[in-house]
Design a protein around this ligand. Structure first.
Ligand code: FES
Length: 571
């Protein structure tokens, strides 16, 4: 009998093997069940996930590659998440998607899996699930959309929605003009074209070693993506035959490389929770502080929105990910392997920058030190993060009076009240938005600014929140504050009028209260009343088991590996 895992289902002459083969024949030759790797294509295509709709075409090319290499392709639709569509936030469902993907990979007669993702949470969920099962797995990122333009000017998805809507609130743009831009925002198939979370996680999937090198960042409509999809199918068969598993690729070295790349590309803050969660599935001791220690002094080389000007189509034209990695090769761990069995650095020879305005050389970076900064202090004893590259330099050291909001609804109700006691030096605090509190840790930390200040020309203020921020957003935002307000963290106790001190170079965020004062203060009643109290279903499971953002906001019982063994038959 073949030593492929699928032979546990299809090998032999007994009744069980008969049943497994008979229902799967569908015109397949006998050879489909004898020694040919069964490769699932975990496909997150869905009409409700516009960024991933095209993945079924990508899957056809993966399948062609699998057949060519002697394997058997099996389409496996999996839970998908449309960032702009699902409520209350796609992050609530990331762990559910990861759990479903993990269970379906393990339960089925497969020897390997090709993971097709794109929109923000889909690649993290696919990698989390696949890492836990540890069957051979390779990612095809669906790629960014092409650049749309409005009135001759490029539009960055997400980033320009925030910018244009703030212009409306500031009285600089009419509502009608704002709405005219809507049909220009999404020009083609693919995910958001800024260096948001989808672009970041697609690129980091390649840095982690989980893609066929040269795939990530290819625009979704680019025919070369389909060529890479074909090559990935061929590779998946090879990986299954050789037993090349995620645990051989996703190592401490590959996560160190991902942190370096995250800084160099100016990637999304959301990568922090996703990388921590993926590492947690493999028992790799990655910590929040590793992001600061490894990445803080890495230069920003990529001039893409939201930290810069250009968009993903420009990035690819300028040389793409491999050109960036070539510039920081001395900071990469040469031991980190890819799914091909070769090290990542092997693929950097010959990589070049073709447009130095989009991808800067190491000698002329956009910023000298661009990584995520990890803050601690009496306001965030377990840590918080800020992306200095997207912040205003003059606010990185700041003392201001807190203006506190107990929920997103409270923020929306009061932010534009002309009587709100707020000025440009105030610190806007939003709480109750962590994993447990909302629930799901939504992207609300980059709160809008009060309209009256926007009209005065204010474009950034210090904001502090226990939620996340869209990877397409910008501003001086302290986010992922832990412990979160709903877990009784200090954020739940501060009041409007308290003085807050932000010191990013010193890595501190504090409220000017003594230890005794903070301890004796009660949790704000209005925040506690606004915190979610689910009674059933996934939300209940989630709030009872979700961990803090400082470890990746995974469910406690999903951390670690499950393996690929299933010991009981179904009949
Ligand atoms: Fe899907 Fe932005 S909405 S990547």
């Amino acid at each position: 009998m073949s030593d492929l895992r699928s032979a546990q289902w299809y090998g032999g002459q007994d009744r069980d093997a008969y049943i497994h083969r008979a229902w799967m024949r569908r015109g397949a030759p006998d050879s489909a069940f004898t020694g040919r790797p069964q490769i699932a294509i975990a496909n997150t295509a869905s009409d409700l996930v516009p960024c991933n709709r095209h993945l079924s075409e990508v899957a056809e090319h993966v399948a062609a590659g699998i057949w060519e290499a002697g394997g058997v392709p099996l389409d496996m639709p999996v839970v998908s998440l449309g960032e702009t569509q699902v409520r209350p936030t796609a992050m609530l469902w990331r762990n559910m998607a990861a759990m479903a993907i993990e269970e379906m990979i393990r339960a089925n007669p497969i020897d390997g899996v090709v993971l097709l993702g794109g929109c923000d949470k889909t690649i993290p969920a696919l990698l989390m699930g696949a890492a836990s099962v540890d069957l051979p797995a390779v990612v095809v990122p669906g790629g960014p959309m092409l650049t749309g333009t409005f009135r001759g000017v490029p539009l960055g998805c997400g980033t320009d929605v925030w910018r244009l809507s703030e212009d409306v609130r500031a009285g600089k743009l009419s509502e009608q003009e704002f709405l005219q831009s809507e049909s220009s925002m999404i020009r083609s198939r693919g995910h958001c074209n800024t260096m948001g979370t989808a672009s970041t996680m697609g690129l980091l999937a390649e840095v982690l070693g989980t893609t066929l090198p040269g795939t990530a960042g290819l625009p979704a409509p680019d025919s070369r993506l389909l060529g890479q999809a074909h090559g990935t199918g061929v590779l998946a068969v090879e990986m299954a035959r050789e037993g090349r598993r995620p645990s051989q690729v996703l190592t401490a070295a590959s996560f160190r490389n991902a942190i370096v790349a995250l800084a160099a590309i100016g990637g999304s803050t959301n990568a922090v929770v996703h990388l921590l969660a993926i590492a947690g599935r493999l028992g790799i001791p990655l910590s929040l502080d590793d992001f600061d220690r490894i990445g803080a002094n890495v230069p920003l080389l990529v001039n893409l929105q939201p930290a810069g000007q250009h968009l993903m189509e420009d990035f690819h034209r300028a040389g793409g990910l491999l050109a960036v990695l070539h510039e920081v090769e001395d900071l990469l761990d040469p031991a980190a392997l890819t799914v091909t069995g070769r090290p990542l650095v092997h693929y950097l020879a010959g990589a070049a920058i073709w447009d130095a305005d989009v991808i800067r050389s190491r000698r002329e970076p956009l910023q000298d030190a661009a990584g995520i900064a990890v803050l601690r202090g009496n306001l965030a004893p377990s840590g918080a993060i800020i992306k200095p590259a997207a912040a205003s330099p003059h606010l990185l050291q700041h003392r201001g009076r807190a203006v506190v909001f107990d929920s997103v609804e409270d923020l929306h109700a009061r932010l534009d009240d002309p009587d709100l006691d707020v000025d440009a030096d105030s610190v806007l605090v939003l709480r109750g938005c962590g994993p447990r509190g909302y629930p799901g840790m939504p992207e609300v930390s980059n709160t809008p600014l009060p309209a009256k200040l926007l009209r005065e020309g204010v474009r950034d203020m210090v904001r502090i929140c226990d939620g996340r921020m869209s990877g397409t957003a910008y501003g001086t935002v302290v986010l992922h504050v832990t412990p979160e307000g709903a877990a009784g963290g200090p954020l739940s106790k501060i009041r409007t009028g308290d003085w807050i001190v932000l010191d990013v170079p010193g890595r501190r965020v504090d409220v000017e209260l003594t230890e005794d004062e903070l301890r004796d203060r009660p949790v704000a009643r209005a925040m506690a009343a606004a915190v979610a109290q689910p009674r059933r279903g996934w939300e209940l499971l989630y709030v009872n088991s979700v961990q803090g953002a400082e470890t990746g906001a995974d469910l406690d019982f999903l951390c670690g590996s499950s393996g690929d063994q299933v010991n009981r038959e179904s009949h």
